[in-house]
Write a protein that binds this ligand. Structure first.
Ligand code: FES
Length: 119
């Protein structure tokens, strides 16, 4: 394990999001329903940023081609469904890849991320 201090927990209030750079990795921190999640800010499909992805039924949805990834495990729930028809063709460019997710903890008022624990 490699716990790395990310930011003060006070900077991640309810529904807040922040992208932090930890040892060369851009990681998206989200406070969703009182739980702090850390996921790669880069979508596995075309490496576009996940920061503005909506959270729908426990999954974060990429704002570009709307691939959906389980917020806790990173597992693919839907792969490039958008735009209709074209999205599925774009999805064939690359096999389905889960979104890396990282363990988090809060200690002494700081959010810590285990950057070695991508699932
Ligand atoms: S870049 Fe995220 S689904 Fe295409």
């Amino acid at each position: 394990m490699s716990w790395t201090k990310a930011l003060p927990v006070a900077d991640l209030g309810p529904n807040a999001r922040q992208v932090v750079n930890l040892e060369g990795q851009k990681i998206l921190l989200l406070n969703h329903e009182g739980s702090i999640h850390a996921v790669a800010n880069s979508c596995p499909h075309m490496k576009l940023p996940m920061k503005k992805g909506k959270i729908v039924e426990g999954a974060i949805v990429c704002p570009f081609h709307r691939s959906a990834f389980d917020l806790c495990s990173g597992a693919v729930q839907n792969w490039t469904p958008f735009p209709p028809g074209i999205g599925k063709v774009m999805g064939m460019i690359k096999a389905e890849i889960p979104l890396p997710v990282f363990a988090t903890k809060v200690e002494n008022g700081e959010v810590w991320v285990d950057i070695t624990a991508a699932a």
